[in-house]
Ligand binder design. Structure first.
Ligand code: NAD
Length: 704
């Protein structure tokens, strides 16, 4: 046997899962587990089964790859095993000293008793994928832990630790940290046998639907907002829990299964699944086996980090590394800038202390790891250098020429540029294979997304190393190739262009924002620009030459910049802000837009909400198609991850490319052609479907 082992210890059969790294409930594991259970049952000398696991994960649940391969549906399926354990006449004890998630927790719940070690954590995270526990969790948990705990665990998806598990009666006994766990679990099982502890058959335990249960269900249902994207998914969880009280056990299981299948079909669950798989695939490159375990010499070991530019991004980037205990040096042009940067980081840590998120000791430890410098010699020993100076190729050239001179051989030289050509930057050095783009998002210490920009010559060694490091600092790295703005900012370009053009055509800033937030965006694009700063956006547009062919191109934004309306930072932008930072509509912007429209000979008109949504989103999707066509992104789901995690695209829509697939690419293609006609010369300039979109639409296919 490979995944499960069987050992006899007196009257106790010890069945151990050992399928690293997560003891997933694969077909092979299920088959072996069933064999072991049958073996224990057939042996009259065995009175108890102790189910445990090797490693820090008890069992992380189903292997979702098996849903695609179909193995998940081959007997023994999980419910068969759980029902078998449940019905066993022998005493079954789960000994959990690690993560028990989803089907893993349900496995423990099917046992008669549970003993937890210090590392035990129990969770039913299915709701995060729009689903509900499908292995009897919704029927057994209420019988074990009652209504409140069931509602909490099943609808939040959040795991709980050993103390709470004890409070909720999910475990019957906790083993302290200083006690050998397995020995204690065996001792506990033996004591249960000695005391003739009852064996439970959960199907024989009826649940009473008393007032407390009814009140809990009602209160929870009433607390949900019907407009929330996960409303239906959460209601399905509650319906399943309620079935535990309304129906006999096996009918409750049937109801759970029906609700599970129903949930699987919903667009919400499909979107959440899509993003789940997207995350697993991100960073896997078709032309390189990035998942292989590189030999030790291959991967760059990063102990010391240097960040060039102690500004907004540089400080945020540095925090990521001091947080994981790496020595991090901040280099800027002069002492004053360095000191300001270090102070800014300290303030941030101090805020975390005041919120109770960090201890004073941690603050001091982390600050000790940070140091400042103004001369490049000081960073010569760094293993990783990340440049975050002004977005200006001339400045980048100065920095990379200097880095090439001083940095030790093999160091990774990264740029945080948002738009500039990483190949050109690499060419400032004699070692372009060591150069890579690491595009952090603002605020860099908090935003999870990291675009890893693969230059023409970036080596596999550097890519493997930065992907590894990115995960260490808890980022979501998505590898992209070089073009202006990479994937995220390049897709932003048409989306924002249409939004601001429509304000010239007669829409108001608030109408545009409302349509986008109604769609589900965390923030409308107009507010987003005010937050980023119209000055920053102006600088970012500097290399673009679109104005040559389209005089209306960001005309309003240029005008506001010239009027020193920089956005929220100075109180006026596309909106006006009061002293508390609250946003107000500003009729002046409407007047400016009307004046510019006149100058540009644009006829102002009423713009429908639908037109705003279609022009913003369909051009965004079309740019995504073009990015795939040019092979800037490796897969459509990478574009989705970037837009969901970097630009507030609603996750429950699965990202722009998934949304497009759901809508049907023909619809988008034809809408683009419609606007191409309707909008005259402007339409002919900007509404040109990407060849990939055209091809897929004609063949009735989807983005992949
Ligand atoms: P910033 O103006 O806040 O900081 C830039 C820092 O670089 C300043 O402290 C400046 O003194 C320093 N600097 C300039 N030239 C230098 C040199 N030759 N040597 C050493 N230090 C020098 O800018 P920022 O917003 O932090 O942006 C930095 C980089 O990050 C840019 O490339 C930008 O495109 C990119 N970026 C910015 C954002 C954002 O939202 N601000 C997001 C992603 C990426």
């Amino acid at each position: 046997m490979n995944a499960v082992s069987f050992k006899k210890n007196g009257a106790i059969a010890i069945i151990t899962l050992h399928l690293p790294p997560a003891n997933l409930l694969t077909l092979a594991l299920r088959q072996e587990l069933l064999v072991c259970i049958e073996k224990a049952e057939a042996n009259n000398n065995i009175r108890a089964i102790l189910l445990t696991a090797e490693g820090t994960v008890f069992c992380a649940g189903a292997d979702i790859n098996e849903i695609e391969t179909g193995d998940a549906y081959i007997e023994p399926i999980l419910p068969t095993i759980l029902n078998r354990i449940d019905a066993s006449k022998k005493l079954c004890v789960a000994a959990v000293d690690g993560l028990a998630l989803g089907g893993g927790m349900e496995l423990a719940l099917a046992c008669d008793y549970r003993v937890g070690g210090p590392r035990a954590r129990f969770g039913l995270p299915e709701i995060k994928l729009g689903l509900l526990p499908g292995g009897g969790g919704t029927q057994r948990l209420p019988r074990i832990a009652g209504i409140q705990a069931s509602i909490e665990l099943i609808t939040s998806g959040k795991p709980i630790g050993v103390r709470k598990a004890l409070d909720y009666h999910i475990i019957d006994q906790a083993v302290p940290a200083d006690t050998p766990f397995l020995e204690a679990a065996i001792g506990y099982t033996q004591s249960l046998l000695d005391n003739h502890a009852p064996v439970f058959d959960y199907s024989a335990i009826p649940l009473e639907k008393n007032k407390q249960v009814n009140d809990a269900l009602q209160t929870f249902r009433e607390s949900l907002s019907p407009d929330a994207p996960d409303y239906q998914a959460t209601m399905r969880c509650i319906d399943a829990i309620e079935a535990a009280y309304d129906l006999p056990f096996f009918e409750g299981l049937q109801k759970e299964a029906e609700l599970f299948i129903e949930a699987m079909q919903t667009p919400y669950a499909k979107a959440m699944w899509h993003l789940f798989f997207a995350e697993r695939n991100a960073g896997k490159l078709p032309d390189m086996d990035i998942t292989r375990k590189p030999d030790k010499a291959f991967k760059v070991k990063v102990f010391k980090v240097a960040v060039i530019g102690a500004g907004n991004m540089g400080c945020g980037i540095a925090i990521n590394f001091s947080n994981i205990g790496l020595h991090t040096m901040l280099l800027d042009m002069n002492e004053e800038n360095v000191a300001r940067g270090l102070q800014r980081i300290e303030q941030q840590y101090t805020r975390a202390v005041s919120k109770g998120k960090l201890s004073s000791k941690e603050l001091n430890d982390r600050m000790r790891l940070l140091s400042g410098a103004t001369d490049y010699q000081s960073i010569a020993a760094a293993d990783l250098v990340i440049e975050a100076v002004f977005e200006d190729m001339a400045v980048k050239k100065v920095v990379f020429t200097e880095l090439d001179k001083v940095c030790k051989a093999g160091a990774i030289l990264a740029t945080n540029t948002s738009t500039l050509d990483v190949n050109e930057i690499a060419a400032f050095t004699q070692r372009p294979a060591d150069v890579v783009g690491l595009h952090f998002f603002n605020p860099a210490d908090r935003m999870r997304l990291l675009e890893v920009v693969r230059g023409r010559e970036t080596s596999d060694r550097v890519l493997v190393s930065v992907l590894n490091l990115a995960r260490n600092i808890k980022k979501l790295p998505v590898v992209v190739n070089v073009c202006f703005g990479f994937v995220g900012n390049r897709m932003l370009e048409p989306y924002a262009r249409e939004a601001f053009r429509m304000i010239l055509e007669g829409a108001s800033p608030q109408q545009v924002d409302r349509v986008l937030t109604d769609f589900g965006f965390a923030m409308g694009v107009v507010s987003m620009y005010d937050l980023v700063g119209l000055d920053v956006a102006y600088q970012a547009r500097a290399p673009l030459t679109h104005k040559d062919k389209d005089p209306s191109y960001h005309k309003l934004m240029d005008e506001l910049y010239w009027l020193e309306r920089y956005g929220k930072k100075n109180g006026v932008g596309l909106y006006r802000y009061d002293d508390q930072g609250n946003k107000h509509n500003d009729p002046e912007v409407i007047e400016i837009a009307a004046r510019l429209a006149k100058e540009l000979d644009i006829q102002q008109r009423e713009i429908s909400d639908r037109e705003i949504e279609e022009r913003c989103l369909f051009t965004l999707i079309n740019e995504g198609a073009q990015i795939l066509h040019e092979k800037i992104a490796y897969r459509a789901s990478d574009c989705d991850l970037i837009w969901v995690n970097g630009f507030g695209f609603p996750n429950w829509r699965g990202g722009p490319m998934h949304y497009a697939n759901q809508l049907g690419l023909q619809k988008i293609y034809h809408a683009l052609l419609k606007y191409r006609e309707q909008l005259g010369d402007y339409g002919k300039l900007w509404f040109n479907p990407s060849p990939l979109l055209k091809e897929l639409a004609e063949q009735q296919q989807r983005f992949i």
